[in-house]
Structure formats: C-alpha cells, structure tokens
Write a protein that binds this ligand. Structure first.
Ligand code: PLP
Length: 394
C-alpha cells in the first residue's frame, strides 16, 4: 500500500469506518479492541520496515555505521522532525523516551537544601519519582499543586500552580497532556506564569506530538520533551528533547559519555552504543502521519474520543470526566461501580477486561476512584467503544 492508497479520513465520527480500512497498516491483532494508544502507541508496519532497513545498514558494516553514518544520520533525522515541532534542528536531540528526557533536565538541576520543584498531582508517576529523587539528593522538596478534579478548568490549573510557586522554587514541571486524567493543560499560560515568576519550566509533552497541533517554540517553556513513539507513529524508543538556547548550559543526558563538555548535540547524540533506528526512521513515521492529513486526523481522533466517551458513559450511566475545553484524543470515563483507588486494583480490572473481552483499555486510579481512559487513533471506529460500553451496560 503506498501513501496515496490510504483512504481519506471521514470527519463525522459516528459514520466513521476509517478505522477498519486502515487497521491492516498496523501490527495489531485483528481481534483486539485497542483503546490504549496512549500508553505505548502502536507502530505501523511501514515504520517498522523503515527502522529495520536502518538496523540492517548498521549490521552490514557496524564500525562504518557508528563512526561515519550515525552522527549525520541523527542530525538529518532531527532536521526532518524539528520543523514539524516548530523548532530548529540544532535545538532538538533524540532520547529513548519522555522519561529519559525529563531525567536529563531534572538531574541537571543544581538544587540546594530548601529549594523546591513544583509539579502537579496529575503528573506522570515516573517523572514525579525523578523529581522526588533529585530533590531528596539535595535536601530539596517536590511540591505538588493540587489541580481541581473533576470539573477542571484551565484558569484553575494556572492558579493552582501559581499558588505553589514561591521564592524557593527552582523549576516547574507540568504535563502537556496528563496521563491519569487525559487533560490537555494550558501550557502556554503556565509558561507565561513561569516567566512572570522567574522560574524555568519543563513541559512533559509525552502525548503531544501528533495528538495536538504542537509548536514547541511557541509554548514558551525552557525545556520540552515529547514522544514521537506515541501519537506520531514512530518506532518505539523515539523521544525528542528540546532545550531553549539559554537553558542548556548545564544540561546533560542521564548517561554521560564521550561528548561531555563538547556541547549539547555532542553530549546527547552519543550516549554509548545503542540502536538508534527509531530516530533514524522518524521520517517514515512523519510521512505516514502526513499521509493521513494531520489537521483532519487530529480533529477526527478528538471527535472520536469524545463520541466514544459519550457512548461508554451513556451505556454505563456514568459521567465523562474530561472537560471539552481540555480534551485531546483521550477521554476519562467514570466506572459504574466503585473500585479501590489503588494501582493494584486498577491493574486487576484492566487485566480482567482484557482477558474476558479482548478489549485493551487502561484503568486509572485517581482522585479517590478508578476510571477508564479511552483513546482514539486512526485504526479505531465507533464500534470499538460500543464493545466497551456493552461490558458494563446498565
Ligand atoms: C505524561 C507522560 N509522561 C511520560 C510518560 C512516559 O513515557 P515514556 O514511557 O516514553 O518515557 C508518559 C507515558 O504515558 C506520560 O503519559
């Protein structure tokens, strides 16, 4: 199938059969209802094939590959990805995943006892842990702004973060799209706040590339990390870290290697021998994404997530917990019964749904309860949400 053969996206979600038509482009098993694009993405076959070609090139002459091909290849790949993200190629480096990019920024902080890092209670667990770790090493602390939930409003988010910042705050870290609650946070407003308060900002945009119309430079943060391997269809293990030119003097990758002290690109482009094929094949991911029509794809996925949430909440007689003003291609739906709000209970319910129904959907423990987080990607269609709706219909 060539790019031109991909059928055009149908915009009305309720009539949408696009998912079925495109499904064969992905490796996903035919009998799986896959409503969790958010956690790890799903890689199209043609992107895997492009990454495999890079791996074979690496094996044909490994020394030549690592000593001559890789460095310019990485810069070429950054040159392809950077304009899509609204940044300059020389300001963008590849890292394995969003966790690694956030680690680079957080572990490069020079904190003193009493300093604080401000995050939110909707932050991603691994990044919260990293912030806790670097704070603990320095006698500093992670302070988490409590965002109103449910019924979250963008202005309340900014107010809550503002209230958590004080004279000891050395960094604010926020998600662009929150993991446990699927909220698109007002990162431009948060960046304005941080500039006004004189505190640098790291945006964890793990879900943003491909889900949102993203222009990283326009966000106004100091650092931004995003995962092309989620909503941009890149091969897995492909994240991009952007650092504003004024915010990279002290920035080092989590793994320090030969490039130490030789500048941002030298430090991040070589962190030891590794498989860089997901980065090198990012052009194939972008080509696939573009072939679907980026603006229409984003609008279609957002509309389908909203419709899917309405279908499920309607059948379960519960509520959609994602406010339209903060919605992307995922949505949170309340369960029709109480589940203990622990990670273990959430995992047990996810496992049960998978084994009994072959529906893959994450269960999120948050705010004193457990909720279902659905997602909508090009391979989904309304029938997927109807299948989920039936399992707990009231
Ligand atoms: C907000 C957020 N940050 C970070 C991550 C971690 O991404 P990765 O596993 O690529 O590091 C996720 C994963 O879903 C996420 O939702």
């Amino acid at each position: 199938m060539s790019d031109n053969d991909i059928p055009s996206v149908i915009e009305t979600a309720s009539e949408d059969r696009e998912g079925a038509a495109i499904r064969a482009e992905f490796w996903l098993d035919a009998d799986v209802t896959f409503l969790n694009h958010g956690s790890y993405g799903a890689v199209p076959r043609r992107v895997s094939a492009a990454a495999e070609i890079w791996r074979q090139r690496m094996e044909r002459q490994p020394v030549l590959f690592f000593q001559e091909t890789l460095a310019p290849g990485l810069r070429d790949a950054a040159g392809v990805l950077a304009p899509f993200l609204g940044v300059q190629a020389d300001d963008l480096v590849f890292v394995e995943n969003a966790t690694s990019g956030a680690n680079a920024v957080l572990r490069s902080l020079r904190l003193a006892p009493g300093d604080t890092i401000v995050g939110t209670d909707h932050g991603y667990g691994a990044v919260r842990n990293t912030a806790r770790h670097v704070a603990a090493m320095a006698g500093a602390a992670l302070v988490e702004a409590k965002l109103p939930f449910p019924g979250t409003d963008p202005a309340d988010v900014v107010r809550a973060i503002d209230a958590a910042i004080d004279g000891r705050t050395r960094l604010v870290v926020v998600d662009h799209v929150t993991s446990p609650t699927a909220l698109v946070l007002p990162v431009e407003d948060i960046a304005r706040l941080c500039r006004r308060r004189g505190v640098p900002l790291l945006v964890d945009g793990a879900h943003a590339p491909g889900m949102l119309d993203l222009d990283i430079a326009a966000v106004g943060a100091d650092w931004y990390v995003g995962n092309p391997h989620k909503w941009l269809f890149a091969a897995r293990g492909c994240a991009a870290l952007w650092a504003s030119p004024s915010a990279r003097g002290d920035l080092h990758p989590p793994v320090v290697s030969h490039g130490y002290g030789a500048g941002y690109l030298a430090e991040f482009d070589w962190t030891g021998t590794r498989d860089c094929s997901p980065y090198l094949a990012v052009d194939a991911a972008l080509a696939f994404y573009r072939s679907l029509g980026p603006a229409r794809l984003r609008a279609r996925n957002k509309a389908l997530a909203a419709e899917g949430a309405r279908i499920v909440a309607g059948a379960w007689q519960t509520e959609v917990l994602t406010p339209p003003a903060m919605a992307g291609s995922m949505a949170l739906v309340a369960l029709p019964f109480a589940v203990e709000p622990t990670r273990e209970a959430a995992r047990a319910l996810r496992t049960q749904i998978w084994h009994e129904h072959r529906i893959e959907v994450p269960v999120m423990a948050f705010g004193g309860s457990c909720h279902i987080r659905i997602s909508a990607q090009i391979y989904n269609e309304p029938a997927d949400y109807h299948r989920l709706a039936e399992i707990f219909r009231r």
